[in-house]
Structures are given as C-alpha cells and as structure tokens.
Design a protein around this ligand. Sequence first.
Ligand code: PDD
Length: 287
Amino acid sequence: MSVYLDGQFLPLAEAKVSPLDRGFVFGDGVYELVPVYSRKPFRLEEHLRRLQGSLDGIRLANPHGVARWCELVEQLIALQDFDDQSVYLQITRGTPESGQTPRDHAFPLGVAPTVFMFSQPLVSATLAQKEAGVCAITAPDIRWGRCDIKAISLLANVLARQQAVEAGCAETVMLRDGFLSEGAASNIFAVKNGVLLAPPPSLLILTGITYDVVLELAAAHGIPSALRSISEAELRGVDELWMTSSTKEIMPIVRLDGTPVGNGKQGPMARQMDALYQQFKQQVMRA
Ligand code: PDD
C-alpha cells in the first residue's frame, strides 16, 4: 500500500513518524476523510474548506494550498489498485526538534507539521443493507466543547462506537443535556410527520459534508426540513432516523435502544433521499 508522508509517496512499511510526534503524544492534529467514487473525489473542495476550519480551530497553519492538496489527493488515488476509495488525510503539530522539550503541552516553536495520507477501499452499503437498516444505542455525549473541529483526538467517539459494537449495533447516538447531538462517527437526521429534522450546525457537532449535501438535496427537491434542537423524548418518537457520513452515506437506523424506529424498516423519506443522493453522486462524477 502506497501512502503519503511529509512530501513523499512511499510504501506503508517505509513510512516512519517519531513517537514524539504531537499526534501520537497529545492527539494534537486534525483530519479529513474524503470518499472517492470511480477514482473521483466527492466534494473535495468542501472537505478542504472544513480542513481549513479545523486547522484554524487548533491554530495550525495549513501546510498546503487547495491546488496542492488536490494534486496530492489525486496522486494518492492513482497509486491505489481499487476505484472506490476513502482517502484519509491527517495533519499534526509535528515533532519537537532535538534541543526542544520532548513533551510540553505548549506549541513547539518552528516545527513543521506532519502530513500523512492513506487510502483504503470504500465499500458502500448495498440497497438490501439500506433496506434492512441498522440498530443504534444512545449514550451521553461526553466530548469537549469544540466538536466542530475534526480533531484526531477521538477517545470519546471511540468509546461510544465500541459501546455500540458491544451491543451488537452499528452506531451510538449521543445526547448532550437531554438533546440529540450526533453519532460517534456520523450526523443524525430524524423525520417526523414528513419533515426532515436535524440539529443545527454548532460547536457541539461536526457539520458533515454528507449532512450539507442531504440538506441541499432536501431544499432542491421540496422536502420540508428544519434545523433545530431535538429532545430525547422527541427522538424516541420519530418516524425515521438516519445516520449520515462520507463512508455510510444515508443509513437508516431502524432500532434505537432495542425499540423499533417507526415501523422498524427503511422509511420512505430515507429511500427517496438515498435515491437523490445516488443520482447527485452520478451527476457529480460525470462532470
Ligand atoms: N466521520 N460527525 C462525526 C463525529 C464524524 O466523525 C463524522 C464522519 C460525521 C459525518 O461527516 P461527513 O459527512 O463529512 O463524513 C459527523 C468520518 C467518516 C470518520 O471519522 O471516519
């Protein structure tokens, strides 16, 4: 597998990072995950814009301009022997140099960031899998106050997702102070009485690229939608619940904490939105 590390494409086995890297020691870095269909990155500019927002959020200068990032992503894609990919890119605050304190919370001065990228096959859910949907559990959202930053420090998300796996489920839907925030690695949409609902963008959720596409498609096709807080009580009485992300696209959640959501199957709006999403993807990929 060919990966990218600090200016070079090289076999994974040759990619070496110091154990003193701030990413390893502090989780001091940010990332993006870009879906690639038939070797074309989907919504790359939007991912790069969000990356800039994350870098600004942690006060780390962007090592590359948009054009250079696009080139690097294209080169990485071309080096893989599979067409549908999920490209991971990560930037950390780098490794303190000799003569600098090896571990100090404060930023090291004059250190180059570490840039790492790799790609893995993207396996999209089949129609049958979407029809069947997945189950989810709920758990308190124990994360920090800047969940809008796509930070590599994902301990709370990791613990939440593991809890889902141990319950035989696909996702954990997180609640903060009695209100829906998002999934461990996804945004959550609900449908009630024909209206698509989701929490609005805030510091307490990651505004997904998929989330934005879903809302754009809803607006373009006359599907009523509202961005507002959703209480736990309301969440437990919705007609449909979906998780959305770059890798899962629009996946219906059909059981929540063991209770069927709506009629316990993929709902009509999920089916419609998935069709619109697939159509939109095709359109973008042809462009
Ligand atoms: N995660 N919220 C969280 C906490 C996420 O980790 C993700 C995606 C999303 C959805 O964002 P997007 O639609 O841009 O993928 C929301 C990625 C897939 C990951 O960490 O693997």
